[in-house]
Design a protein around this ligand. Structure first.
Ligand code: ATP
Length: 314
């Protein structure tokens, strides 16, 4: 049930926040401390600025989700906050949470299906629907339809939506000047963009996601650092083994910065978890480049996150 997942996500978040960063190795400790601050800021946006203005339990808010690492991080934090919001709504009751009905059975979610995605990413998205109890609206797959029109169609089907949660970060293309809560541009269908993850950097994303022990999209394990179209996305060249491209020193790739998070993960099995790479994807990926690659989380430089995106063919 969504209620159980929300509680689990709350526990993941609280567990991360309670890590004694001072006792963790120097580099990891530094990242963990920063990530704890980033989580607190996101929680504040959600609990104090967003849920007080739009009711997350009555359809005001939808969550934009494509299975990528950023929206997965935000989803875990968002679901944890839903649990907190639920607890605050029954505060003062003489009965415990188990005697109150959680007000939502599925989380309203929107996916814009425009690009030719990897089958692995598509399969991960479907697995997320089951795992996180998403009620997923998938736009019609039509490359000729632009983003605003796709959202227009979504709002026609779900006119109750006033705001959409987006896992965009300042480091993303065109992300620099975005604000946590803002209206869409006048040329777009009108809704509020809720962006509580803007201030996160790449290291913080990996640190929290690896610590969660949640299953992630398998493409990341193969050396992808961002999920784009199957036609223009390859594994990140900075992660190629054993000879990464110039300017990336070997020392940087010797070990991951997140060994502590993996060994001490919330699931308690000291492992990483990914959905299985689809065979067709595997052939395509190996045919393009037979080299081995480090997993995506070995790359922590925000500027290189999209180095695996090729220029689109015109
Ligand atoms: P990654 O960068 O690893 O692919 P991501 O997909 O979460 O992770 P972005 O590609 O930067 O991050 O996209 C930013 C946000 O925009 C996502 O977190 C998600 O909320 C939203 N988004 C992106 N693509 C889609 C899509 N096709 N449908 C719905 N929402 C999307």
């Amino acid at each position: 049930m969504l209620q159980d997942v929300a509680l689990n996500c709350f526990n993941i978040t609280q567990s991360y926040l309670s890590i004694d960063a001072g006792n963790v190795l120097a580099t990891s400790g530094h990242v963990i401390r920063q990530t704890q601050e980033a989580i607190q800021t996101s929680r504040q946006y959600l609990l104090q600025d967003i849920f007080t203005r739009w009711d997350p339990f009555n359809g005001d808010i939808s969550f934009s989700y494509n299975g990528g690492k950023d929206c997965q991080v935000l989803l875990i934090i968002y679901l944890g906050c839903l649990w907190e919001f639920f607890l605050s709504s029954i505060e003062g009751s003489q009965y415990g949470p188990q005697f109150h009905k959680f007000p939502l059975q599925q989380l309203p979610t929107v996916y814009i299906d425009q690009e030719d995605t990897f089958d692995t990413a598509q399969e991960f998205l479907q697995a997320s629907v089951d795992r996180y109890y998403l009620s997923l609206y998938e736009s019609a797959k039509d490359k000729k339809i632009d983003m605003p029109s796709a959202f227009e169609s979504f709002l026609t089907v779900h006119p109750e939506t006033e705001a959409i949660v987006i896992g965009v970060r300042h480091a993303d293309p065109f992300g620099e000047s975005l604000r946590p809560i803002q209206k869409t541009d006048p040329s777009w269908p009108q809704f509020y963009r809720l962006q509580p993850l803007l201030h996160w950097n790449l290291s913080q994303i990996w640190s929290f996601l690896l610590y969660s022990g949640e299953e992630m999209c398998g493409l990341y394990e193969m050396g992808f650092t961002s999920l784009g179209s199957v036609n223009n996305t390859v594994r990140n060249p900075y992660l190629r083994v054993p000879e990464p491209i110039a300017s990336f020193t070997k020392a940087d790739t010797k070990h991951s910065d997140f060994q502590w998070e993996i060994e001490n993960n919330f699931r308690g099995d000291s492992k990483t978890h990914f959905n299985k790479i689809n065979e067709t994807d595997l052939t395509k990926i190996r045919n393009h480049d037979a080299s081995e690659f480090h997993p995506g989380w070995y790359l922590t430089k925000d500027e290189w996150e999209r180095a695996g995106r090729l220029a689109k063919k015109v």
